[in-house]
Design a protein around this ligand. Structure first.
Ligand code: 9MR
Length: 402
């Protein structure tokens, strides 16, 4: 099933390539009005000098997300004992290479230490555990994280809440508890709900809308929704129609369901990457794209989906794949005169590869932000306008409540 209009992407890509695209991905993303193009960095990557060269090149990757090092099992393996060494290495690497940091993640059913998983909690004690965890971890990184994935993967595919220790004890109140704690610990970081399979108007997508509404109805701040975008070559769903719903692609990779990839397959993958890029460009509220790693030599995919793989932008020998060129070309074609402000992109119609991505754009935001009435809380990220989720009408068919 090929849902993207690949020929349009390919034509645009070829056009831009023939005009000679030499700038790198993050440079191009900023010139096209986005805040960043970034990558996940796993701690072990930094022990490998050959990877460091690519991961630290902020012209390509202007933003970093720690793959594992800020998760609960890494930061509070035992109750009240906080360990930040590995997270700090990534935060320091990002900072010394001039990269923004997306911090990941606070409340998640996975990589949750046994003491949380198996504790005999009641509402008060688990609330206290969440508050302590978040205030310490977010507090430790205060001022360093452009965004935090506050709650991760809390939905089943049918849009219902995933069974986890937090839901079992606290019901759906744990969302507001977590977002409130994060907001208090760092008023300037963007607070995201992050999940996979939100890229279509599915029941799960509507579940994410419900979470946004729930948190806001409780009077707490939630700034964005991360679409992880772990996709499959040739099956990548188009972005939601007429709906500038996502505010970031947070873990993008597009895997082959079987290997080796053919050269036609690599072209399809390039088209799919191009289409995701075009989708972000077409949506003013989409601040940036993060790929989950950069090289096919280092990816979570084969370990989780045996036989699948080659999902990233560089091959196993660190050579750029057609996917890299496709992103580069689409971004180059979308270059704006202003650049770098996050949003406000002017996308040539030739790059709007599917009509479904031509969303009704909210007017560019200037002064006030939606943010639960909080105003522009984060001017240093030049991102105030992107807080206007009420304008983004997250969820397409449901107005986000203030
Ligand atoms: O990349 C991470 C990998 O190293 C871990 O083994 C895995 C364990 O859960 O988590 C991976 O990252 C996940 C991310 O935190 C949340 N979305 C799915 C990612 C890929 O599994």
């Amino acid at each position: 099933m090929r849902l993207f209009n690949s020929p349009a992407v390919t034509a645009t890509a070829l056009l831009a390539l023939s005009s000679g695209v030499t700038a790198q991905l993050n440079q191009l993303a900023k010139a096209a009005g986005k805040l960043y193009l970034g990558t996940a960095i796993h701690g072990e990557d930094l022990n490998d000098s050959s990877q460091q060269k690519y991961l630290g090149d902020s012209n390509d990757f202007g933003q970093a997300t720690p793959g594992n090092e800020m998760k609960w099992d890494a930061t509070e393996p035992n109750r009240g004992q906080f360990t930040f060494g590995n997270g700090d290495k990534i935060a320091n690497f990002a900072s010394s290479h001039g990269q923004m940091l997306r911090c990941h993640t606070l409340v998640w059913y996975a990589q949750l230490p046994g003491w949380v998983q198996n504790g005999n909690w009641d509402k008060d004690s688990l609330t206290s555990v969440i508050n302590t965890h978040i205030s310490n971890v977010v507090g430790h990184y205060k001022g360093k994280c452009y965004a935090w994935d506050v709650v991760n993967e809390a939905l089943n595919e049918d849009g219902s809440y995933r069974n986890n220790p937090f839901l079992r004890v606290l019901g759906d109140s744990y969302f507001a508890i977590a977002f409130d704690a994060a907001a208090k610990a760092d008023p300037n970081t963007k607070l995201y709900y992050n999940d996979y399979n939100l890229e279509t108007l599915s029941p799960k997508h509507r579940g994410a809308v419900k979470i946004v509404q729930l948190v806001r109805a409780a009077g707490k701040r939630i700034d964005g929704v991360g679409m992880q975008a772990h996709l499959i070559v040739g099956q990548s769903p188009p972005p939601p129609p007429s709906n500038p719903s996502c505010v970031a692609f947070t873990e993008l990779d597009i895997r082959f369901p079987s290997l080796p990839a053919t050269s036609a397959g690599l072209q399809q993958q390039a088209a799919d990457y191009g289409a995701v890029t075009a989708a972000c460009l077409a949506v003013e509220g989409c601040v940036g794209i993060t790929t989950w790693g950069f090289s096919d030599a280092h990816s979570w995919v084969p370990g989780t989906f045996p036989g699948n793989g080659d999902a990233l932008l560089y091959d196993r020998n660190y050579q750029k794949k057609p996917a890299y060129s496709a992103i580069s070309s689409i971004l180059a074609a979308a270059k704006t005169s202003g650049g770098g402000g996050g949003g406000g992109t002017a996308v040539p119609t030739t790059t709007l590869v599917t009509s479904t991505t031509t969303a009704t754009q909210p007017p560019p935001a200037t002064t006030t932000a939606g943010n639960g009435g909080g105003g522009c809380v984060s001017p240093q990220w030049a991102q105030c306008g992107l807080e206007r989720m009420q304008d983004l009408r997250f969820g397409f068919d449901v107005q986000v409540q203030q």
